[in-house]
Design a protein around this ligand. Structure first.
Ligand code: CA
Ligand code: CA
Length: 246
């Protein structure tokens, strides 16, 4: 009986899981991303943007949202396909941006002078929801930090690159080479397309957060549930994007 139960549980797990395990060419495992939210510990948050991988034609904007702004944007349809048509102005803080079509050189050196530092005000103790708006030329797709349920594929799209595990720096496109100027640093990377179309290397938006100002903590379960519920509904409405690997 026990064995039958175990088999049934295993079969249920298999049925519940998409075909991720057999998907080749992924730089990291599907659970490599972190679902931990970011919380500000100070009135000022400083983010350093290290740029993007060279092969993507997509543009992006790195945003920072309060929970309130995230909720308002969601309610206003800003996170759906082609937000410009449905949302006059996304509420939040823009941190860094890459224009659509700029893809000639990997990461920032050679394109603009050095990493780009951006500071903005924040209420200590509150979550910073980082997001990327991916400009695909004919519309936008969004991915968020924190609860993976905010994302269309239900997966965490922000990875943490610990310098202890990656002493030479953040791995480059599809895990090859390193992102310049990242050796010894604690960095995060956003993956910019949904799992089935992605090379899952988290190098599309590389950034650091001043560790003296912000940190990751685990929120109360009630908060997670609250955030997750709205985003799951959003995710169901979000249009699937065309298959392109970046
Ligand atoms: Ca890549
Ligand atoms: Ca990628």
């Amino acid at each position: 009986m026990i064995r039958q139960s175990a088999l049934l549980a295993a079969a249920t797990l298999l049925l519940a899981s998409p075909a991720r395990a057999v998907d080749p060419g992924k730089a990291f495992a599907p659970d490599f991303g972190t679902s931990s939210p970011f919380f500000s510990l100070s009135n000022t948050v400083t983010v350093t943007y290290y740029g993007w991988e060279g092969t993507t034609v997509f543009g992006h904007t790195l945003w920072a949202f309060t929970a309130s702004q995230f909720g308002s944007n969601s309610a206003n349809g800003c996170f759906g396909w082609m937000p410009a048509a449905t949302c006059a102005a996304v509420m939040g803080t823009t941190v860094a941006a890459k224009p659509y079509g700029a893809s000639s050189s990997p990461y920032l050196p050679g394109q603009v002078p050095g990493p780009v530092v951006s500071s903005f005000g924040w209420t200590p103790g509150t979550e910073i929801i980082f997001a990327i708006a991916v400009d695909q030329g004919d519309g936008f797709n969004w991915f968020f930090s924190g609860s993976p349920s905010r994302n269309s594929d239900g997966l965490a799209h922000v990875a943490y690159f610990d310098p202890i595990l990656f002493p030479l720096g953040v791995p480059g496109n599809q895990g090859q080479g390193v992102v310049p100027q990242t050796a010894g640093l604690s960095l995060y990377g956003f993956e910019d397309v949904a799992y089935q179309y992605s090379d899952w290397d988290f190098d599309n938006v590389i950034f650091a957060i001043d560790q003296g100002i912000t940190t990751e903590t685990v929120p109360e379960p009630a908060t997670m549930v609250l955030f997750g519920t709205g985003a799951s509904a959003l995710a169901a409405l979000r249009r699937r994007r065309r298959p392109t690997t970046t």
